[in-house]
Write a protein that binds this ligand. Structure first.
Ligand SMILES: Cc1cc2ncn([C@H]3O[C@H](COP(=O)(O)O)[C@@H](O)[C@H]3O)c2cc1C
Ligand SMILES: O=C(O)c1cccnc1
Length: 357
C-alpha cells in the first residue's frame, strides 16, 4: 500500500480486505483450461479472464448477479465553457436513467444487470424512489478558482461509494460490478486527475468529451492547467488530488470499486471518467489492479495513459465515448462466457477426445 494517510475507519477496513489473488485457484484454473477440449491457449483472452476471475473468487467462478453503478455529479468548472452541453443535462439524464431510457439502461438490460443510479452531488433536486441519494452538494466548486471540494468531502465521496456498494450487496450478493458516470463537464477533472497521477502532459490526456469545438477545447486545456497551477495537488496524496481537481462521482466510483474488490468481486472499468476513478482507486490501493477489467478503449485519447499506468488492456475497441457504464455492461456477457467456458466445457478425458501426444 502507498503511504496514504486515510482518515476513515470504513475506508481502512475496506483497504485491508483487498488481498492478492488466490494463486492456487489460478493455477488450478490454468491446468483446467489446458485440459479442456481445445488446443491449449486457443480461447485467448477468454482463458486469461477466467484465470483472473478464478483468482479473484478463489475457485471456479460462476457469475449470476451483475450490477452497474452509475454515479452522477455536477462540476463548477463548466462555467469555464469546457463542455459542449449545458449543465442541466446531468439531472435530465439522471431522470432518463431512472425511467430506463438511456443507453446504459438498454445495454444493462441486454446484459441482465441491475442498474443502480446514485446522486453523488448534482445541481438538480430529484425525488425518485430508485435514486440513491448520497449528495455532497449541488456540484463541485470551479477548480480553476479554488479546490473542487474540501478534503473531508473527498474522503466522504469515496466512503459514500463504499456505502452504496455495501448496501446493495447486502440486499443481494453481486458477482460482477461495473462502474459508470454521468456529469456534464466531468472529462475536465478526469483529465486533470489522469495528468497528475500519471505525470502525462495535460494536452496528451485532454480530448473533446461530448464534442467541444476548437475554442472549447482550448478553454478546457487552459482550465485544467490553471486548476493544477492554482491548487498544486500532491500526486503522492490521492485525496489531495481528488479534493483539488476531482469530482464527487469520480470519488464515488473509486469507492464502489474498492468495496467490490474487498468482497472478491471483479470490477469492470468503463471509459475515460470511470478510468480516472479506477486510477484514483489504484493510487489509494495498488492491489486493486488485479480486480479490474478494462472494458473498452474510449475514443477519448487520454484513456490510454490510464490503462498503461495501471497496466490494463481493454477487451474491445468499439469507438465508444459515452460513459454511463455503457462499455462496461457491454462486455459483461463476454466475461460471463469466459467463466462458463472454464466451468462447463468438458476435458479431453471426459469427452473422450484424443489429446496431443
Ligand atoms: C445527453 C448526454 C448523455 C450522456 N451520457 C454520458 N455522457 C458523458 O458526457 C459527459 C462528459 O463530457 P463533457 O466533459 O464534455 O461534458 C458526462 O456526463 C459523461 O457521462 C453524456 C453526455 C450527454 C450530453
Ligand atoms: O470514455 C468515456 O467514458 C467518455 C468520453 C467522452 C465523454 N463522455 C464519456
Amino acid at each position: 500500500m502507498k503511504n496514504v494517510v486515510v482518515e476513515s475507519d470504513l475506508l481502512n477496513n475496506v483497504l485491508s480486505n483487498i488481498s492478492p489473488l488466490d494463486e492456487e485457484a489460478m493455477e488450478q484454473a490454468r491446468e483446467r483450461q489446458d485440459s479442456l477440449t481445445k488446443p491449449r491457449g486457443s480461447l485467448g483472452r477468454l482463458e486469461e479472464l477466467s484465470i483472473q476471475i478464478a483468482g479473484i473468487k478463489g475457485g471456479l467462478p460462476s457469475i449470476e448477479n451483475k450490477a452497474v453503478f452509475t454515479m452522477a455529479g455536477d462540476h463548477g468548472v463548466v462555467e469555464e465553457g469546457v463542455s459542449a452541453y449545458p449543465q442541466e443535462v446531468t439531472g435530465q439524464m439522471v431522470m432518463n436513467f431512472l425511467n430506463g431510457g438511456a443507453a446504459v439502461n438498454v445495454l444493462a438490460s441486454e446484459a441482465e444487470a441491475r442498474s443502480v443510479v446514485v446522486d453523488m452531488g448534482i445541481k438538480a433536486e430529484i425525488e425518485h424512489p430508485e435514486l440513491v441519494d448520497m449528495s455532497l452538494g449541488p456540484g463541485t466548486n470551479n477548480m480553476v478558482k479554488e479546490p473542487a471540494m474540501s478534503r473531508e468531502k473527498a474522503v466522504k465521496a469515496v466512503e459514500s461509494g463504499i456505502k452504496v456498494f455495501q448496501e446493495i450487496y447486502n440486499e443481494e450478493k453481486i458477482d460482477l460490478v461495473a462502474i459508470g458516470d454521468m456529469g456534464i463537464g466531468n472529462t475536465t477533472p478526469s483529465s486533470a486527475l489522469i495528468s497528475c497521477f500519471t505525470g502525462t502532459d495535460v494536452e496528451d490526456v485532454t480530448d473533446r468529451g461530448t464534442g467541444v469545438d476548437d475554442e472549447g477545447y482550448n478553454k478546457k486545456i487552459d482550465s485544467i492547467k490553471q486548476a493544477i497551477e492554482t491548487n498544486n495537488p500532491n500526486p503522492e496524496d490521492p485525496f489531495d488530488v481528488l479534493s483539488k481537481v476531482g469530482g464527487y462521482e469520480i470519488g464515488g466510483m473509486a469507492g464502489v470499486a474498492l468495496a467490490a474488490a474487498s468482497k472478491n468481486i471483479p470490477v469492470i472499468v468503463d471509459g475515460f471518467i470511470s478510468g480516472a476513478a479506477a486510477l484514483l482507486a489504484y493510487e489509494i490501493e495498488p492491489e486493486i489492479k488485479n480486480y479490474l477489467i478494462a472494458s473498452h478503449d474510449s475514443v477519448e485519447s487520454g484513456h490510454a495513459a490510464t490503462l498503461n499506468h495501471i497496466g490494463l488492456t481493454e477487451l474491445v475497441d468499439f469507438n465508444m465515448r459515452l460513459g454511463e457504464g455503457t462499455g462496461a455492461v457491454l462486455v459483461m456477457p463476454i466475461i460471463q462466457s469466459a467463466c462458463s467456458v472454464l466451468t462447463d466445457m468438458m476435458t479431453f478425458e471426459e469427452a473422450k477426445v484424443s489429446d496431443k501426444d
